[in-house]
Design a protein. Structure first.
Length: 222
């Protein structure tokens, strides 16, 4: 059996989010750390690699008995089949494909701006000298359109796969995306989650079951 399912959702920024871009040619006095942007529109984006990496790490942590995680190629079997493995003699193609997420409410934000500059100081404990810095953040309330493609490979494993996908998404609600999360950056929530068959022979009852699993992500309250 083979097919494709698309998970669609709105990724809402709850607290200012910083996923870094290049600032190699910044002028003196400019922002020290900028966010990554779409080259065409210059609007901030959330790279698919950032979402994939965070969901994989959170899921593996939840399944691991160790504080320090192994290399990704040594992840649990369900993690490897969802996110892939390049280990010699154990190569697995990822069942999940993550797209870059683009801003969907740009018109709503254009007057106030898509980003903000957060001024911070690090203090040298020995000298008490401050080292000021400027960090660009995507503003709270920004919404990005998330699309994840799931390859249907083994029908008997689909339900378990989606339970783990939902678990990782719920864990992200209690964690952060991007940098500086321990200082309050990068809290996000998934909203308006839907599952669309792209090419699939799954009947409507099975699709409904999978949608119900994903709905638990939206219904989860911290």
């Amino acid at each position: 059996m083979y097919g494709k399912l698309m998970i669609k959702a709105d990724l809402e920024v709850v607290t200012g989010m910083h996923i870094g871009g290049s600032n190699l040619f910044s002028a003196i006095g400019s922002v020290d750390s900028v966010v990554i942007r779409d080259a065409r529109t210059q609007q901030p984006i959330v790279p698919g690699s950032s979402i994939k990496g965070k969901l994989r790490t959170l899921l593996q942590k939840s399944l691991s008995e160790k504080i320090v995680l192994n290399e990704p190629n040594d992840d649990k079997e369900v993690v490897k089949r969802l996110f892939g493995s390049s280990k010699k003699n154990d190569i697995k193609r990822a069942r999940l494909q993550f797209c870059d997420a683009f801003l969907t409410n740009a018109d709503e934000l254009k007057n106030s701006g898509y980003t903000e500059i957060k001024f911070e100081n690090s203090i040298n404990r020995a000298t008490a000298i401050a080292n000021p810095r400027q960090i660009e953040r995507v503003v709270r309330g920004a919404v990005f359109g998330l699309e994840i493609i799931y390859d249907v490979v083994e029908e008997q494993e689909i339900k378990e796969d989606f339970e783990h996908i939902a678990k990782a998404m719920i864990l992200l609600h209690a964690d952060y995306l991007g940098g500086h999360g321990t200082r309050g950056y990068g809290r996000v929530r998934f909203k308006n989650i839907d599952l669309l068959p792209v090419e699939s022979s799954l009947d409507e009852s099975k699709l409904s079951t999978l949608r119900g699993i994903l709905k638990e992500v939206e219904n989860y309250e911290l």
